[in-house]
Design a protein around this ligand. Structure first.
Ligand SMILES: *Cc1c(COP(=O)(O)O)cnc(C)c1O
Length: 341
């Protein structure tokens, strides 16, 4: 978090706010910044998935709100493309929903029935499915069902904060603690006013709700708002150049080591920033990628790399300049120290 964000946090900590009103006011301001009808701060994008789903099931019906996750007698089916099932869909299942998996437009049409509550789209899986984002939101309108898109990690580009609202999705979530660099425990839920109102009813200050454990404090609300304001004002081209420069710094340091090769790549949808893939000749440097990753993690300072990859891969978008150099030096040290002499 930047100094202005922690300053906002401090300020919120030292003042009184009517939490419910403040939640609304911050939401209004965020909505105007991103061009949404309405918005709210949630306890992370995962919480936004739960609250947005709850909103689609309960509307503003108190009896339904109190009864979740028991959804008997309520619409409780979520239509999703088979290739869009993902680990965060647990946050949707928390509401007592059942997933109806479809692959084609025809199957989607046939899946719609009076028990349908919502249609869910996992943006990073867009290339894997037959139905793409714009068509998915259009189909939702045609069938009279709300559409929810999870694009939690898909900013940058900054345009993605409003792109899916413009495409017609009824609910959109983005993490507050990723590129926006707000508190890690925050998220944005944006979209249709009636649904955001219903999502708010499903969480604090209302005690008998599915979302009451997903509390957001006044410090988180203000800090996320300030983080979002400064994110929108940033020079995004300059950020991109700095990331490229950081990647270049690490690449040059490592390419100077005999037997090491590096390759830059940019993930298309999520974590869309320059990444560096580092490979080496294991005849010359006798350590496997996973062992090198473990050495970096266990070293001092501990360095974490892109998780769940076969190769050693790093990014620099959350690092300051001196930290980029430190990462470059430390990777070089691990590789050099395992060189067969
Ligand atoms: C990170 C992420 C989440 C969870 O976001 P939090 O803000 O940590 O709750 C959900 N969905 C996707 C696709 C994500 O990348």
């Amino acid at each position: 978090m930047s100094p202005e964000v922690t300053e906002a946090w401090q300020q919120a900590a030292q003042n009184f706010y009517r939490l419910d009103e403040f939640h609304d006011a911050v939401g209004e301001r965020i909505a105007s910044l991103v061009g949404a009808q309405a918005a709210m701060v949630s306890a992370g994008a995962a919480s936004a998935l739960t609250l947005g789903t709850a909103a689609c099931i309960t509307g503003n019906c108190e009896e339904r709100i109190h009864r979740l996750p028991d959804t008997s007698g309520m619409p409780n089916q979520v239509i999703i493309q088979k290739s869009h099932r993902f680990n965060y869909d647990h946050a949707v299942r928390n509401c007592g929903t059942t997933f109806i998996e479809v692959e084609t437009v025809e199957q989607l049409g046939a899946a719609v029935n009076p028990h349908s509550a919502m249609m869910l789209f996992f943006n990073a899986a867009d290339p894997l499915g037959q139905i793409h984002a714009a068509d998915f939101s259009r189909l939702g309108r045609e069938h009279g069902l709300p559409t929810f898109i999870d694009c939690a990690g898909d900013v940058p580009p900054v345009e993605n904060l409003s792109r899916f609202l413009k495409l017609g999705f009824d609910l959109v979530t983005v993490s507050g603690g990723k590129a926006i660099q707000g508190p890690q425990s925050t998220g944005l839920l944006m979209g249709r006013r009636d649904l955001i109102e219903a999502a708010r009813l499903n969480t604090l200050p209302n005690s008998d709700t599915i979302g009451r454990g997903m509390k957001v404090n006044k410090e988180e609300m203000l800090a996320l708002l300030v983080a979002l304001e400064s994110y929108l004002e940033r020079d995004h081209e300059r950020d991109w150049q700095l990331w490229e420069k950081g990647i270049q710094t690490i690449a040059e340091k490592l390419q100077a080591i005999s037997g090491v090769e590096t390759e830059t790549y940019i993930p298309e949808i999520d974590n869309h920033t320059p990444h560096l893939r580092i490979r080496w000749n294991q005849e010359q440097i006798r350590i496997g990628p996973q062992e090198a990753i473990a050495e970096l993690s266990e070293g001092e300072p501990s360095i974490e790399v892109v998780p769940e990859k076969e190769d050693l891969e790093v990014t620099v978008w959350m690092l300051r300049e001196h930290e980029v150099q430190l990462v470059a030096d430390r990777i070089a040290e691990v590789l050099e120290s395992n060189r067969l002499t």
